[in-house]
Design a protein around this ligand. Structure first.
Ligand code: V4E
Length: 222
């Protein structure tokens, strides 16, 4: 399982120019995301994000290692405050397990078969999961000389553009080094280091599901 350390940024014309000069474009792709939760928002209120992307299930959930950021120096904790860290789970039996753990009171037991197919969606209704967000993203990806840094420029179909600097590490991997790589990349792109930028979901919920957005905002999830 990997952990995604990520910093979002707004990509101005100048930033794009710099990125095209210092980075290598490694491709463009388009994908649709469908996000699921219970009507009471049991998952998103725990900062868990269940989605289907290109026919495959993924669950992004918070990392358990709280202590890592507590050990950071002033400068590093500033860098950490601009970033998010999420575990990415892609194995369907583990996704079932994690989701069921959270909403077990409200749901039927879901049989966990090692050969569960991505197409069998009967578990969704058993767990009372419904799609609450659906959008398509066109993503252009770049790599930098810095090892392991990827930069994505996302254009969502509801009119929001956002960039992300991303480093993937193993579950107990070196968060500090990931933060340093992200800070270095941000400096190379000329980004100011004082602003946390909204992700696509923030903007989507604010616009299309303001009640859900307000609940997550007051729970300090968004
Ligand atoms: C983790 C999360 C959400 C799920 C979507 O995550 P995000 O990284 O925004 O989407 P995307 O399409 O870039 O996924 P990728 O391809 O990188 O895996 S929705 C909200 N969150 C939490 C969150 C947060 N609290 N703050 C910020 C700035 N981003 C995300």
């Amino acid at each position: 399982m990997s952990v995604e350390v990520e910093r979002k940024f707004l990509c101005s014309a100048d930033t794009l120019k710099t990125l095209e000069e210092i980075g290598v474009c490694v491709g463009q792709r388009e994908f649709q995301d469908q996000y699921y939760d219970t009507p009471k928002f049991d998952l998103t209120l725990r900062d868990m994000w269940l989605r289907k992307r290109k026919g495959c299930w993924e669950l992004k959930c918070p990392t358990s290692s709280v202590s890592v950021t507590e050990e950071l120096s002033g400068e590093q904790s500033q860098a950490a405050a601009l970033c998010t860290r999420y575990k990415e789970i892609t194995k369907l039996p583990e996704i079932h397990l994690r989701v069921e753990e959270v909403i077990k009171d409200a749901c039927e037991h879901v049989e966990r078969k090692s050969d569960s197919s991505q197409e069998d969606e009967s578990w969704l209704s058993k767990l009372n999961l419904v799609c609450f967000a659906e959008y398509t993203t066109v993503r252009r990806s770049f790599t930098l000389e810095e090892e392991g840094v990827q930069i994505d420029l996302d254009q969502a179909d509801f009119g929001y553009h956002v960039g992300e600097i991303e480093v993937l590490i193993p579950e107990e991997g070196d968060v500090q080094s990931a933060l340093e790589k992200i800070t270095k990349a941000a400096q190379k792109l000329g980004l100011a280091g004082d602003q946390r930028v909204e992700g696509k979901m923030n903007v989507y919920l604010k616009r299309y599901h303001p009640d859900h957005y307000a609940i997550l905002l007051s729970a300090h999830i968004l």
